[in-house]
Design a protein around this ligand. Structure first.
Ligand code: ADP
Ligand code: MG
Length: 254
């Protein structure tokens, strides 16, 4: 059996990656994976070299968003080869690519998941990258902790939605970042509002300004509000997120 990955191996791989951005929320279903994918597309359109590490082993979504459900990884002399997305050639690594079947569940306890994240950090052949985006699972458990400690992110982008239930959990994620000495790059409020397709009126179904006040409370930047959009759901579900034309991160300072 291969030896466990060492801190030196991880350091060497990560040394070739200029920025590492973890996308976190604490809460599930708020749009972490969607935001990760849209951020990756944003950077790729700027001509940057981009990778995505899907660290949500129990609910991997990145392969679905990019139409890579059935892709499998290859091993080369350089290590584990990431799978390239169809339009922009974003380098993706996901646990999904190692499973025998698309619907095989990963039934693992925390330490195994943490070990596998280290394997990915130490063995994936990203090469030189400008940005590595890390899509975290919900919660503040083993996977996020391993990413914070071992991938040493440049910072985290926190994803929230305007519901009170989300805010309470997002606050835990912000506090976790603080406790692990990881800087918070800023907050993205997803599913903020809905634009009426007929009259163009913006409906703030869950209330307006929630994300901004949360960001203010923790003295972190507020980057952008993303509306609930049918177009986004359609492209996400059909694996064509790269064809989504809008860019919600134009003014993001990271
Ligand atoms: P998470 O990674 O936080 O669990 P996802 O990114 O998987 O969340 O999003 C959950 C679901 O909501 C997905 O079906 C996704 O397509 C949908 N979704 C996310 N953001 C939006 C949005 N702004 N508009 C419409 N649907 C969205
Ligand atoms: Mg997700």
């Amino acid at each position: 059996m291969q030896k466990r990955v060492t801190d030196e191996e991880i350091k060497e791989r990560l040394g070739k990656i200029k920025s590492r951005i973890a996308v976190m929320s604490g809460k599930g279903g708020v749009g972490k994976s969607t935001v990760t994918a849209l951020l990756a597309v944003h950077y790729a359109r700027q001509g940057k070299k981009v990778g995505i590490l899907d660290a949500d082993f129990l609910g991997p979504s990145i392969p679905i968003l990019f139409g890579l459900r059935n892709a499998r990884i290859a091993v080369s002399a350089e290590g584990l080869e990431p799978v390239l997305t169809q339009k922009y050639g974003i380098k993706v690594m996901s646990m999904q690519f190692l499973l025998p079947k698309e619907n095989t569940p990963v039934i693992w306890r925390g330490p195994l998941i943490a070990g596998m994240i280290r394997e990915f950090l130490g063995r994936v052949a990203w090469g030189e990258l400008d940005h590595l985006l890390i899509d975290l699972p919900p919660g503040t458990g083993d996977a996020p902790l391993t990413v914070m400690q071992d991938a040493k992110p440049t910072g985290v982008v926190v994803v929230s939605t305007p519901q009170e239930l989300t805010a309470v959990i997002v606050e835990k994620a912000i506090n976790m970042a603080e406790e692990t000495n990881t800087s918070v790059l800023g907050l993205v409020e997803n599913m903020s509002y809905f634009v009426c397709p007929n009259c163009g009126h913006k409906s703030y179904i869950f209330g307006e300004g929630k994300g901004e006040s949360l960001a203010k409370k923790y003295n972190i930047g507020f980057f952008t509000s993303i509306p609930i959009e049918e177009e986004l759901i359609k492209l996400a579900d059909s694996g064509r997120i790269e064809e989504y034309e809008k860019d919600w991160f134009e003014s993001a300072p990271f």
